[in-house]
Unconditional design. Sequence first.
Length: 263
Amino acid sequence: MRIESLSKNRTFVYHLLRRSIRFHAPMSVTCHFDITDLESKIMEEREAGQAAGLVASFIKATAICLKTHPRLNQRIFHRFWRTPKLATFDEISCNTVVGRTSSEGEPIVLPMVLRHVDSMKISDIQNQIQAMKTTPLQELSAVDTLKKMTTMPRWLSRFLHWRFRREPHFLISKVGTYAVSALPTRGLDCTSTFTPVAQTAFFPTCIQETMRIIEGKPTIRTTLTCTITADHYVVDGLYIQSAALQLQSLLEQPELLFADALS
């Protein structure tokens, strides 16, 4: 048996999860969205010369949801004497991730924040994601951020998380107001369940072909599995249900999503 300290990167994650479990009450609902027509619409947009993608479309749909359901864009903060305070943000900014491969051939996940994403077009979101995927790693600030995480002292990691749970302006400057863990995998049969988070988060996990009944007939459709997690201190299940229904409408009726994105 070998006992060793966590890496500094995992230490940062450790404090993130401890903060989420200690100061928040994550509540999750898992949905299955029919994205057959959405994928067709994305292909149509690409053939017309427009930048479009599934992740970009999904992020835009979540931003519209938060604009309609503003309580999902609120957050509990704990200050002196652990008195909770509710912060309502003036912007909707999405913290998401992009998968890359390091120069050593190892898979890495790079964070990025899309500011005021609710006012962005799907094409703008897609272009920013594509830039994160194709820009040389040495030119990306996100890579420098990851390097700092692996070299910062452990006391500094704890101090940063202390600020995250106390200072709304500090948090929004670093990680935005909500999260989309946008790494869905085609053909992967899995479902995200309980996930400790400190803010509203969407977890699209897998894309697969499923049998659905359409107008009384069994039909093969493409389905996206997604878990929505929010802080129970801020919202109740009925509110998440309402947001999930709107998200379903946007994803399963892409003409609504793209019409909003172009307005």
